[in-house]
Design a protein around this ligand. Structure first.
Ligand SMILES: NC(=O)c1ccc[n+]([C@@H]2O[C@H](COP(=O)([O-])OP(=O)(O)OC[C@H]3O[C@@H](n4cnc5c(N)ncnc54)[C@H](O)[C@@H]3O)[C@@H](O)[C@H]2O)c1
Length: 252
């Protein structure tokens, strides 16, 4: 039976674990051939091996999305191996949390480099590949935090930048029939949030309308929708997948 993403080539950054790994798995289940990108070589190799064991196509490429030369080499490799790209998912991201007075230059620069410059570099280098295909897609992983989050001035600013990048590229790339959308996850159970201090996690959980964390698979499902044929006429949008948190604050 034909699957929704058969014949499509998809690249996911930060695919080594967490949300990125779940997105890669989901897109492969839908029939896409996957390019897995991360700076963690061991995690990538393990995921690629597991996917291949399940009969899925997975090409692991170690690259740091903040480095223009590495990103350009990555896209050249994808072009040689796959002859173009249908779906680019900019998922790699980091947190370096702290209140304003405590944030260092490094906290600011590293978060902006990975979360915002990374998607810029990947979109720019992937554009010639995306243009070789019909109706290709970019899905950027933002965060509900783009609306504001105490202790995350750097992270929220980076994700607000991702939303602006998404909306602008949706306009610029519409002429090529490239749809550009963002998914804004709320609190999701991944190694990133498991590394938070327990008190911070508890506080965030209390602010969840549903009282529960989301799963990486919840985000992967939204990405699969935006990458698939049903989202043909959707571009420049931010899909919040956050259990309702973006609707406002709960009375605590
Ligand atoms: N977990 C959440 O609650 C949550 C909420 C909102 C948004 N997000 C966003 O979802 C995305 C994935 O988050 P996660 O929770 O899975 O994180 P994670 O820390 O579990 O995984 C991130 C992956 O990105 C990779 N990575 C980091 N910097 C990189 C770089 N410079 N180049 C290449 N790879 C790099 C890491 O090696 C890791 O494999 C991020 O953009 C994050 O901001 C997460």
């Amino acid at each position: 039976m034909l699957k929704r993403l058969d014949q499509r080539v998809a690249l996911v950054t930060g695919a080594g674990r967490g949300i990125g790994a779940a997105i890669a798995r989901r897109l492969a289940t839908e029939g896409a051939a996957l390019v897995l990108v991360d700076r963690d070589a061991d995690a990538l190799a393990a995921l690629a091996q597991a996917m291949r064991a399940d009969g899925q196509q997975a090409l692991p490429v170690v690259a740091d999305v903040t480095d223009r030369a590495q990103v350009e080499a990555l896209m050249a490799q994808v072009n040689d191996a796959c002859g173009g790209l249908d779906i680019l998912v900019n998922n790699a991201g980091i947190i370096r949390d702290g209140l304003l007075a405590k944030l260092s230059d490094a906290d600011w620069d590293q978060v902006l480099a990975v979360n915002l410059k990374g998607p810029f570099l990947c979109c720019q280098a992937a554009l010639p590949l995306l243009r070789q295909r019909e109706r290709s897609r970019i899905v950027n992983i933002a965060s509900r935090a783009w609306l504001g989050n105490i202790g995350q001035a750097n992270y929220a600013a980076s994700k607000g930048g991702v939303v602006s990048l998404t909306r602008t590229l949706a306009l610029e790339l519409a002429r090529y029939r490239i749809n550009v959308n963002a998914v804004a996850p709320g609190l999701i159970d991944t190694p990133m949030t498991r590394a938070m201090p327990a008190a911070a996690r508890e506080r965030l959980l209390r602010m969840q309308p549903t009282g529960e964390m989301g799963t990486a698979e919840d985000i992967a499902a939204a990405v699969a929708f935006l990458a698939g044929p049903d989202a043909r006429f959707i571009t420049g949008q931010v899909l919040h997948v956050d259990g309702g948190k973006s609707c406002g604050l709960l009375a605590l």
